[in-house]
Design a protein around this ligand. Structure first.
Ligand code: URA
Length: 193
């Protein structure tokens, strides 16, 4: 498998650009691979690029991304400390949720990306990402704020779902949940220092 063979994020990106197995590529303008540091202690994984991301060719650069940056700044992190990506690398038409087939097609690339980034903590943003990354089917309201583990290169890495920043923009009252989860993340990051 081509994704397995990639030894660096650069070659993984080249492989993604050549990959025609995900139907979303046909309607997207740009590949959105990642934003932030190539290697980082914290990897954040969202659902799918939106319009702003598709135009920029980078994840989380629109309003949701700006809120995400503010949330990270609140616990002392900026783009240089994190690796930000999505479970699919191309924008779904009209921002619909990616289909299981579309997510599955991107999955080997995400797995290799996680291996190459080698984070110490993983955050899934929103229900769709939580389902995919954590392999669980509970709703996001039940999942959020609880630490679990994901296996990366045979290493058990603490992972947690948080509410999606796009949801927080629509539902400001939910920000108190997000704040609690951010503090839990900050504690983990400091404890492991
Ligand atoms: N929402 C996401 O899940 N990902 C992005 O990159 C932008 C918005």
């Amino acid at each position: 498998r081509i994704s397995r063979q990639a030894l660096t994020l650069g070659t993984l990106e080249t492989a993604l650009r050549a990959f025609d197995g995900c139907g979303l590529k046909a309607t997207a303008t740009n590949l959105c691979f990642y934003r932030g540091a190539p290697q980082a202690r914290l990897m954040l994984i969202g659902e799918a690029p939106g319009r702003d991301e598709d135009l920029a060719g980078k994840p989380f650069v629109g309003p949701a991304g700006q809120l995400l940056d503010k949330m990270l700044a609140a616990i002392g992190l900026d783009e240089t400390h994190v690796h930000i990506t999505n479970v699919v690398y191309w924008r779904p038409p009209g921002n619909r949720t990616p289909t299981p087939q579309e997510t599955l097609a991107c999955r080997p690339f995400l797995e290799r990306q996680m291996e190459l980034v080698a984070p110490d903590f993983v955050i899934a943003l929103g229900g769709a990402a939580a389902k995919e990354v954590l392999g669980v089917t509970d709703g996001i309201m039940k999942l959020r704020g609880k630490w679990r583990q994901v296996s990366i290169s045979g290493r058990m890495v603490p992972a947690m779902a948080m509410l999606h920043p796009a949801y927080l923009l629509r539902t400001p009252a939910a920000k108190q949940n997000a704040w609690a989860d951010l503090l839990s993340l900050q504690t983990k990051l400091l404890d492991a220092d």
